[in-house]
Design a protein around this ligand. Structure first.
Ligand code: AMP
Length: 637
């Protein structure tokens, strides 16, 4: 048993105060080839090493371990409403497919410790590739399929993959997005060139194959149909994957995750946070390009012996009943989505929610962005199941704040993701003084005292210094992990998240760095300077809005010129970063609001764009800059 009969408070207390004993117990939830010798080595803070001396394998725990006991049970069901296809793989079949993929990757030269970049739509082969990598001790780096060539190129350069696994195309809302030309362009842009590209041809778009470099998955799979590739037992601290996330600079960070700690954290979360039984069905609507997809589409449900659903498509196509029809058909017990998706559904005919038998569903978990009360109330009424918010980050890999109902049922509070999860020593810190705020309702930075629990990032890929400086040094006088979110806590320990402390924005649950978008727009020859801010949006939570100074004011003197340049800027973002980063609007101004020292006043811009008071502007160089923006937005409203 992982749960504690004396309740959650005691469970949490033990995880912090009796850390090693607590996590030694949780470590028994997974298979080890060699059991760990040291539970947590924190001799070199803030670098935490979990389960040192232990050897294990993530693929073994997710797949092989279940083959004997549940080989005929569905492990993975890949559903695409884009290609109208549906294919279920039992644990035995998944085992075979993963070995084929592992054999193919090895034949292309992938060895233990090598990186494999996966740039794929939501197809079963993406899951095979991830599992095949960790099977052979290679490190995968999945890049979200919505990113375009320059985002992809910077990730290729940083990860230096031996092989890139990709597909001819993805599809969204019936529109085919050819991946191969974007990939070719990215490889062209990148200083690092992969030895090979493995292409899954879905027959959606023509894909030019480069002889000697590009290989067809179907042909190579055929050659390795009966492959038996044993799991490589790796050190617990061996990296399982890197996943790039945006920060305040234009350069994304490779969040590096270990193997043993991550496997234990996920296994434990499936008992305590998403209480599940083997054989239950998990439907997480995220994407494998995001951390939620890594943890709760692929690894955690499989580690728990569940059936996991991989879905390619929109929540409202062919109609707004599609998700609930999947729940009915596959008897989904656990569902995990994002508030944005719920807000999209809320705009549809409510009859769709009554059309299917969804009585198998136990709860709906939501994460990735703030859950507003109207959204939570609506979906909870419509589904008649508990709605459980959980707050976390790419860096942590699993929830920091939520209600651990598998340990003890606790009432949820609207607007709060819940309490600090076990293993997380969460503090609220006064940003200016570095002091801990212990009283209720005091606003501070949400911070975590080291060591971070198992499953969280080990470091930034090949950049320990950036790991320490970015995350652990932002609060004066203390070595403490900053989430870069503001928060408050009530008298009962429930936290409320109040937005980011930095220039990161959250569009439909996707984290985007405004710096990255600014750098991309500034690359347009017609733009002299640009500021990008996140502006509140009723459906997506936030959208990016750009304020740009054109090189030639005459270019935007009339409406036609303005529209043409706006369209070009949007195209530039689509082509380089991907449509996910496209600003909702590009407004042209003659100057940007700055302080006298030249720092962009992004917060003032954001306030004006949200029709709020921009606050203290005494440091502003030229008040005319904001007046222009106000006039533009006023005119546009
Ligand atoms: P990402 O790493 O892309 O998952 O983004 C993490 C950020 O999303 C956090 O730092 C928060 O700003 C925000 N976030 C994630 N989950 C929640 C939540 N449940 N409530 C409020 N904000 C959230």
């Amino acid at each position: 048993m992982t749960t504690n009969p004396t309740g959650f408070a005691e469970f949490h207390r033990r995880s912090i105060e009796d850390r090693d004993a607590f996590w030694a117990e949780q470590a028994r939830l997974i298979d080890w080839q060699q059991p760990p010798q040291v539970i947590c080595d924190y001799n070199n803070p803030p670098f935490a090493q979990w389960f040192v001396g232990g050897t294990t394998n993530l693929c073994h725990n997710a797949v092989d371990r279940h083959v004997a006991s549940r080989g005929a049970q569905n492990a993975l069901v890949a559903i695409s409403t884009e290609t109208n296809s549906e294919r279920a793989y039992t644990y035995a079949e998944l085992h075979a497919e993963v070995q084929r993929m592992a054999a193919v990757l090895k034949s292309l030269g992938v060895q233990q410790g090598d990186r494999v970049l996966i740039y794929m739509p939501m197809v079963a082969e993406a899951a095979f590739a991830m599992l095949a990598c960790v099977r052979i001790g290679a490190i995968h780096s999945v890049v979200f399929g919505g990113f375009a060539s320059s985002s992809l190129a910077s990730r290729i350069e940083d990860a230096e993959p031996t092989v890139i696994v990709s597909a001819d195309a993805g599809s969204r809302g019936g529109r085919v997005v050819a991946y191969k030309p974007l990939l070719d362009e990215a490889i062209e842009l990148s200083a690092h060139k992969p030895a090979a590209v493995l292409l899954v041809d879905r027959g959606l778009a023509p894909a030019a194959m480069r002889a000697g470099r590009d290989h067809d998955w179907a042909a190579l799979r055929e050659r390795h149909l009966h492959a038996q590739v044993p799991c490589v037992w790796v050190e617990s601290t061996h990296p399982s994957y890197t996943l790039y996330t945006s920060g305040t600079t234009g350069r994304p960070k490779g969040v590096q995750r270990d193997t043993g700690g991550y496997t234990v954290a996920l296994a434990c979360s499936m008992r305590t946070i998403f209480p599940a039984q083997p054989g239950d069905t998990y439907f997480c609507t995220s994407d494998i390009g995001w951390v939620v997809g890594h943890s709760y589409i692929i690894y955690a449900p499989l580690i728990a012996g569940m059936t996991t659903i991989l879905y390619e498509g929109l929540p409202i196509r062919p109609d707004a009943g599609i998700w609930w029809s999947i729940v009915e058909k596959y008897q989904v017990t656990h569902m995990f989505s994002a508030p944005t998706a719920v807000r999209v559904l809320k705009k549809q005919d409510p009859a769709y929610l009554k059309k299917y038998d969804i009585s198998s569903l136990k709860a709906l978990w939501l994460a990735g962005e703030p859950l507003d009360e109207p959204t939570a109330t609506w979906i909870s009424g419509a589904l008649g199941v508990p709605i459980i918010d959980n707050y976390w980050q790419t860096e942590t890999g699993w929830p920091i704040l939520t209600l651990c109902n598998g340990v003890e049922q606790q009432p949820s509070r609207f607007g709060s993701p819940g309490k600090a999860v076990y293993g997380y020593d969460v503090k609220l810190i006064d940003e200016a003084t570095g002091e801990e705020l212990t009283g209720p309702h005091q606003k501070g930075v949400v911070a975590i005292e080291g060591p971070l629990p198992p499953g969280c990032l080990q470091t930034v890929w090949r950049n320990d210094e950036r790991f320490v400086n970015t995350y652990w040094k932002s609060i004066p006088g203390r070595l403490i992990y900053s989430t870069f979110d503001w928060g408050v806590r009530d008298e009962d320990g429930y936290y409320f998240i109040l937005g980011r402390t930095d220039d990161v924005i959250n569009v439909a649950g996707h984290r985007l760095g405004t710096r990255e978008i600014e750098e991309c727009i500034a690359g347009h020859p017609g733009i002299a300077e640009v500021a990008v801010v996140g502006v509140a949006d009723p459906v997506k939570g936030q959208v990016a809005m750009a304020f740009a100074v054109p090189r030639d004011a005459a270019a935007v003197a009339d409406e036609a010129g303005r529209q043409a340049l706006e369209a070009e800027v949007m195209k530039q973002v689509d082509g380089n970063l991907g449509a996910v980063a496209r600003p909702s609007r590009v407004l042209f101004v003659s100057l940007l609001p700055k302080t006298r020292s030249g720092k962009l006043l992004r917060r003032a811009l954001q306030a004006v764009a949200e029709r709020r008071d921009p606050g203290d502007l005494t440091t502003m160089e030229d008040p005319g800059a904001l007046q222009q923006v106000t006039a533009l937005l006023g005119g546009a409203a």
